[in-house]
Design a protein around this ligand. Structure first.
Ligand SMILES: [Mn+2]
Length: 327
């Protein structure tokens, strides 16, 4: 069992002052546009044009800011803490021409993210928005680092559709084809739709290491994900890793507030255990994102918003572990 870690006093103090002052921010970090000295900068991208149902993923960034007060304020079960003074909330990014096609909006957002990345030496964590977000986020970071990124993709769906128009189910195909994603070193977890899909894009999807939802349940029972995490490390090595987390990876009982809530998904125990084990693997996590959260569909206790805030914290923690140590 993980040890209960000491509360980081600074973190707790900051969270408390925000609870009383009702000033909400991602991970309870400072809201600032000055990224100098920040290790991690979070951004909201309230972009939902790629979502045909358009149920309101654009409201997720501000909802997660509110939930961050309760769900991003301590680091249990991790044994250490990132320094909150080195984290920032860089605000929301919007396409400059919101009525344009999804493709053009995302190219515009990609340029904005690249411009932010060029400002200072930080690693980014995003909250969407729908799952077209990686066309802006992952692609911008890959271009910035001039490397393909190995992806840890948490999702009910493989998102590897090959269509003329991009939508929330196409990024794994398109960004692998364009070289932003390193398909041969990428993993998909908790997939439970279109697992056995045949078609012309099979040659791409065959390269991903797919662990469907039954494989994940079995891996937790067998050894608490030890072998799975060992395989992730063996395959990926020191390559840069991007974490793309669709909240529908969670079972509908845990995360009802998403476009297509699906049963037999991840429990919160499975996701927490997997992140804890991944945190010991020495992966070079360069950033990530949480997508497909629809606050208007959440239960009154804000179950899904809370989980999304917690997963952002987990991604930020793994990213922090991979940073070169500053002295
Ligand atoms: Mn997805």
């Amino acid at each position: 069992m993980p040890k209960v870690n000491r509360f980081n006093e600074l973190h707790l103090e900051t969270a408390h002052s925000r609870i009383h002052g009702a000033e909400y921010s991602l991970l309870n970090a400072d809201k600032t546009q000055d990224f100098l000295g920040r290790d991690i900068v979070c951004f909201g991208i309230p972009f939902s044009t790629g979502d045909h149902a358009n149920l309101g993923t654009n409201k997720a960034p501000n909802a997660v800011r509110e939930s961050s007060i309760y769900y991003a304020s301590d680091m249990y079960p991790y044994p250490s803490h990132y320094d909150l003074r080195r984290v920032a909330d860089g605000g929301n990014l919007y396409p400059s021409l919101p009525t344009d096609t999804a493709r053009n909006c995302l190219l515009d957002l990609r340029n904005q993210v690249r411009e932010k990345l060029s400002q200072d030496d930080f690693r980014p964590v995003f909250i969407g928005g729908d799952h077209t977000l990686p066309y802006a986020t992952l692609a911008a970071l890959s271009e910035h680092l001039q490397e393909s990124l190995a992806v840890l993709h948490f999702d009910a769906h493989p998102d590897s559709g090959n269509f003329e128009e991009i939508n929330q189910g196409t990024f794994m195909y398109d960004l692998s084809t364009s070289g932003h994603i390193d398909a041969e070193h990428s993993f998909q977890f908790f997939i439970r739709n279109d697992v056995h899909t045949e078609g012309e894009y099979r040659h791409i999807t065959d390269k991903f290491r797919i662990f469907d939802t039954f494989a994940m349940h079995g891996a937790l029972r067998q050894d608490g994900f030890d072998n799975l995490v060992k395989e992730v490390k063996q395959v990926i090595g020191s390559r840069p890793v991007w974490i793309s987390f669709d909240v529908d990876a969670f079972d509908a009982a845990y995360a009802p507030a998403t476009t297509i809530p699906m049963h037999n998904g991840a429990t919160s125990e499975e996701v927490a255990t997997l992140f804890l084990k991944l945190s010991t693997a020495g992966l070079n996590v360069v950033g990530g994102e949480v997508v497909e959260l629809i606050p208007d569909l959440d239960v009154p206790t804000k179950t899904t918003c809370g989980l999304a805030a917690r997963v952002m914290r987990d991604i930020a923690y793994l990213t922090h572990l991979a940073l070169p140590k500053r002295h």
